[in-house]
Design a protein around this ligand. Structure first.
Ligand code: ADP
Ligand code: MG
Length: 329
């Protein structure tokens, strides 16, 4: 058996599979790009739960016309320039992989106008093949459209769920980000109907109440251990025996396993819904574990576990305390 190099487009599609698993991963990458570009207003338009069409539009910094093709090249990024930068990543993106991955496995279009340009541009790519790069008059910001996700990766397309199931995942992700970035306005429309809207006024408590309701009342506390801070929101559901934990580390949505274990460690009843923001010095966390960036590793796991454990204890020791005036992270 001889060893052969895979054709470029096949290699790209395989690599894309690690970044993009389903429509919600597309939304996550595009949302993160919009947030990294300091957008104030982010709108998402979906058709078929994002399976047939998914658009993310923002009013952020935008991309210079000449840079548009570069944005679709693998390992091309404006967020990282040296290995030292990896020690303290302050942006949600840094790998330069999302846009090229999306362009490899969909019919893809990006329109953008940067703050410094009078005109913008459009770039269209289908299954990794460039079709068009042309100037266009546009408002400031970026609009990315991903149609027919995985049209050229049937093995992956088969694993997509129903439109309503994909939509549910997307809504849950966008709502979580809307809470973490309550100072930005989010909109989600599905088949032309508004299914989520957040005002971007910075009021986490009001947004949480609109999502979870206020019965039983929401509780809020924050706790620090060394330079680790945990801000928690909890809506107890005593005796339910189940807790939903939405976890953020430095305003990045992460898998909640460690959070759940630490919150449960005091041994009390932590049933109900949790929203927990952990803030750490940037050089204490490594987010470069997997292309999807939802796993993080901590340099010191001791104080991380401890601050989350103390957060749960503080809630359990003061069952009556709740404050709704905090504005969140
Ligand atoms: P990464 O986010 O890891 O840098 P991406 O492939 O997601 O990689 O994006 C590549 C580059 O394109 C980014 O570094 C950024 O410069 C630019 N970009 C992508 N989306 C946007 C956006 N919504 N607004 C402004 N610039 C963007
Ligand atoms: Mg990105």
């Amino acid at each position: 058996m001889r060893i052969e190099r895979l054709p470029h487009d096949v290699a790209m599609r395989i690599a894309a599979g690690e970044v993009v698993e389903r429509p919600v991963s597309v939304v996550k990458e595009l949302l993160e790009n919009a947030l990294d570009a300091d957008s104030r207003r982010i709108s998402i338009f979906l058709s078929q739960g994002g399976k047939s069409s998914l658009v993310v539009e923002d009013d952020g910094r935008g991309i210079a016309f000449d840079d548009l093709p570069l944005a679709l090249e693998r390992h091309a990024t404006s967020k990282l320039s040296s290995l030292e930068d990896m020690e303290a990543i302050a942006t949600l993106g840094f790998r330069g992989e999302a846009l090229p991955s999306l362009a490899a496995v969909s019919r893809f279009e990006i329109r953008s106008r940067s703050v410094d340009d009078a005109r913008g541009g459009v770039l269209r790519v289908e299954g990794g093949q460039p079709l068009l790069h042309a100037p266009l008059d546009l408002p400031r910001g970026t609009r990315v459209q991903v149609d027919d996700l995985f049209f050229n990766l049937p093995a992956r397309r088969k694993f997509l769920k129903s439109a309503s199931a994909e939509l549910r995942r997307i809504l849950s992700l966008v709502q979580a980000y809307a809470l973490a970035y309550a100072d930005r306005a989010f909109l989600v429309q599905s088949e032309g109907r508004t299914v989520f809207l957040s005002p971007g006024d910075g009021d986490v408590a009001a947004l949480l109440r609109s999502l979870w309701g206020d019965d039983p009342p929401l509780r809020h506390l924050d706790v620090s251990v060394e330079s680790f801070h945990a801000l928690g929101w909890w809506q107890p559901a005593p005796g339910r025996g189940k807790s939903d934990v939405t976890a953020f580390v430095n305003r990045r949505r992460v898998q909640e396993g460690l959070f759940r274990a630490a919150l449960a460690s005091p041994g009390g009843d932590i049933s109900g819904q949790w929203l927990v923001f952990l803030e750490t010095p940037l050089d204490e966390v490594d987010v470069n574990i997997h292309p999807a960036k939802t796993e993080v590793r901590f340099r010191k796991s001791g104080p991380v576990f401890e601050v989350l454990r103390r957060l749960a204890m503080a809630f359990l020791e003061r069952p009556q305390s709740f404050s709704l005036d905090r504005k969140g992270p």
